[in-house]
Design a protein around this ligand. Sequence first.
Ligand SMILES: [Zn+2]
Length: 241
Amino acid sequence: MEKPIYPSPYMRITQGFMMGTHADSYAIDDAGSDTGIDFIVAPFTGIIKKIYTADANEVWLESSEPVIYPDGTVDYMTMLFAHDNDISNLFVGKVIARGERFYEEGVAGNASGNHVHMECGKGKFTGSGWHKNNAGYWSINNGKNPTECLWVDDTITILDSYGYTFKRIEPEVVVPDTPLEDNTSIDTFPAVDDQVDSDNTNDKDNNVDSSEIVKPKLIFTCKSDDIYAIELKAGQKLYLE
Ligand SMILES: [Zn+2]
């Protein structure tokens, strides 16, 4: 299951939620790395449910599957994006993969300076996707605090979080099944003839002809102290150096 990633790789939040034009909504504005036009990536794998070109080129993206919220709960998520100048490449029903560049900052809808306006909604796309809130602004249905929806990881450069704290996706620790996969390597075993001490070869008590020695083909190079188990059959020999 996916953890929705903060969609602007250069987080620079220029207006927070519940203030100004975001009164009575959990919208945030992000202006990215600089004053130019930065791209926005899909926070989760989803499908475009609605496009509204009569205002600020708003696009609603609904997750294809339930996602993991930072508090651990699991539900669908819908996000609303606004201000991209050109969304001619997008259409309702288009599927976007998590992390895929699909939207851009812009000034569509009389925005002051290139930025993207983003809102998170908990659950699937509902109704017309938005409603006029008590402050008179159109706001996504089931709006939810973005810090309770989105995650950050090492791909996100945080330039200005506006004082908000987003939960970080920790890299998954891979635990090897056996020490062999992690701590050892397999080398070709050198020819036994090169290894045999000449003094021992001439020892009369040693009645084993060197030609009878089965040459092992592989040997571990043990790179860390550990306990290894090996099954030997009667008569088999184990060589350690
Ligand atoms: Zn905004």
